[in-house]
Design a protein around this ligand. Structure first.
Ligand code: RIB
Ligand code: CA
Length: 309
C-alpha cells in the first residue's frame, strides 16, 4: 500500500492525477494540501474538493496552503486550464470543509507521523513544501520519497525557453526543495512531452467509459487540448501530473532515470531553469526521469477512470 500526501494547484491535469491516486487499489491518499499556481488558492482548493466529490471521496482531508509564491507575485495558468482551472466547467461547490490546520503545518505534522511510510507527491509550485522545510529542514527525510512534477532537465521549458511552470512560478521554493536532504524524483516537462501525451481520440475515449470520472476528465481537458493544439502546434495534449502520479504508483513506468544534483535558476534570465549539476558529484541528488512507458501510464489512467463511479 502506497500512502501518499498530494500537494496540488488543482488545474485540469492535477484533477485527473487526483482521480488516479484515489482510484488505485494499492494507494491510500492520506491528505491533500492546496497551493496557488494554475489558479488562485481558493479556486485550487475548490477544484480539489470538486475532484474528491466526483471520486466519491469527500472524506479525504484538504488542508489549505500558501496563496502566493515566496518572493514573486502569483502567475496563474488559466490560459491553459480555463478560468476555473477545470476547463471552464464551473461545477457547483462540492460542500466539503477545509481542515482548520494550515497546509504547511499539516505537512510538517504528517511528515513526522509518516515514519518513512508516506510518499509526498507535489503537483504544483513548491511553496508549501519550502515553507514546511523552513520549519523542519529534514522534512523530506521523513517521507519515503518526494515525487515532484516539475522542472525541465533538458532545458526545454513551457513558460520560458528553459523553465517549467511549477518551478518558474516559485523558483525560490524549488531551489530549497531540490537541495533538501531526502529521496526525490523529478517528473519534468521533458518526459511529460513524450510519455505524458494524450490524443484527441483518447480524450474522447474518456467520455465513452460511462463513468462520471471519465466524463469529468473529458470535460475538464477541453481547454488544455485546445491550448496544446494552438500554442504548441501538437495534435496531442500533455498530462504531466497524471504521469507523475502514475510513476509514483508504479516505479516501472519510469524506464530511464538519472541520479544527479539539480540547481534551480534564480536570476532573471534563468528564472526557474533546472540545471542538472554534472560537475558537482556531491550535490544532493534527485532521480530525474528521462524516459517513461506511455502505454503503461495510459493503462493506469484509464483503469482509474473506469474504476471510479
Ligand atoms: O508545467 C506543468 C505543471 O504546471 C503541471 O503541474 C500543471 O498542472 C501546472 O501546475
Ligand atoms: Ca499542477
Amino acid at each position: 500500500m502506497s500512502k501518499m500526501i498530494i500537494d496540488t494547484d488543482t488545474g485540469s491535469d492535477d484533477a485527473i492525477a487526483l482521480l488516479m491516486a484515489v482510484a488505485h487499489p494499492d494507494a491510500e491518499v492520506v491528505a491533500l494540501t492546496t497551493v496557488a499556481g494554475n489558479v488562485a488558492l481558493d479556486q485550487a482548493t475548490r477544484n480539489a474538493k470538486t475532484t474528491l466529490r466526483i471520486a466519491g471521496r469527500p472524506d479525504i482531508p484538504v488542508f489549505v496552503g500558501c496563496d502566493r509564491p515566496l518572493v514573486y507575485p502569483l502567475e496563474t495558468a488559466t490560459e491553459v486550464h480555463g478560468d476555473d482551472g477545470l476547463g471552464n466547467v464551473h461545477l457547483p461547490d462540492a460542500g466539503i470543509d477545509s481542515q482548520p490546520e494550515h497546509a504547511v503545518l499539516a505537512l510538517v505534522r504528517l511528515a513526522a507521523e509518516s515514519n518513512g511510510e508516506h510518499d509526498l507527491i507535489t503537483l504544483g509550485p513548491l511553496t508549501n513544501v519550502a515553507a514546511a522545510l523552513a520549519i523542519d529542514p529534514d522534512l523530506l527525510t521523513r517521507f519515503r520519497r518526494t515525487v515532484v512534477m516539475g522542472g525541465a532537465p533538458d532545458m526545454v521549458g513551457n513558460v520560458t525557453d528553459m523553465a517549467e511552470f511549477n518551478v518558474w512560478v516559485d523558483p525560490e521554493a524549488a531551489a530549497r526543495v531540490f537541495v533538501a536532504p531526502g529521496e526525490r524524483v523529478m517528473v519534468g516537462w521533458n518526459v511529460s512531452m513524450t510519455a505524458g501525451l494524450v490524443s484527441p481520440d483518447q480524450r474522447k475515449a474518456m467520455a465513452e467509459l460511462g463513468t462520471a470520472a471519465g466524463q469529468f476528465a473529458h470535460d475538464i481537458t477541453s481547454v488544455v487540448e485546445a491550448f496544446c493544439h494552438q500554442e504548441l502546434g501538437i495534435p496531442f495534449f500533455s498530462l504531466p501530473d497524471p504521469l507523475a502520479v502514475a510513476i509514483a504508483l508504479d516505479d516501472t513506468i519510469a524506464t530511464r532515470t538519472q541520479s544527479i544534483g539539480v540547481t534551480v535558476g534564480r536570476s532573471a534570465e534563468a528564472r526557474g531553469a533546472t540545471f542538472p549539476t554534472h560537475l558537482q558529484p556531491d550535490a544532493p541528488a534527485t532521480d530525474i526521469v528521462w524516459e517513461a512507458d506511455a502505454e503503461a501510464f495510459q493503462a493506469q489512467m484509464f483503469a482509474a477512470l473506469s474504476a471510479l463511479p
